[in-house]
Design a protein. Sequence first.
Length: 241
Amino acid sequence: MPLKKWEALPPQMRTPQVRAYYDVLAGKRAALWWKRAFDVTFSLLGLVLLSPLMLAVALAVALDSPGGVFYRQVRVTAYGKEFRIHKFRTMVARADQMGAQVTVGEDSRITITGRLLRGCRLDELPQLLDVLAGDMTFVGTRPEVPAYVARYTPEMWATLLLPAGITSEASIRYKDEAKLLAQSGNVDRDYETIILPAKMRYNLRSLRQFSPGGELATLMRTAAAVLGREYPDTLSSGEPV
């Protein structure tokens, strides 16, 4: 996973705010190559071992409602590159044309099978294809839609120095963000002004503290969170970044 030369970054990323994070990662190039080797090895292994489960999930999605098995929304990954993410479809067809870009509470657009998949994050399994392709990584900032990325602060652009991730510390701490937004009068606005900045504090801290050991710890916490363990939001309560 080579880090691009500073001069090759998109103009919106060549800023003093991003440079601070770039310099941290530039000093850890060996760890970045380890990260990519880990991604390739375990995405391949996961696709092979989990193929029977993925086939069963695909069948359940197809039988539940019309609209195809996968949801291929455009998201943004490293250096601002757009790609179409692979997820098992958990909502009715054309759900993104029927409401907010994020999902809240008991969203009526979610299918019966989709609600089950979201509860244990099985809808994320196809993202192993995106990891193998290099568009995503196991641990990294969750990929946002272009509309939200366009409104990033200069510092937030630093999260695009690495590929988007399947999981992250922010994902763990805000795994119930749909419930947090359930009472919102304007979901897109509140996500952009409240939830996203809070999650970005974790994403930016993870960049500054990047290490293979730290990423393995995040993967273990993710597994624990899926099994029901709660990890409180400590940064917004005053913990130093």
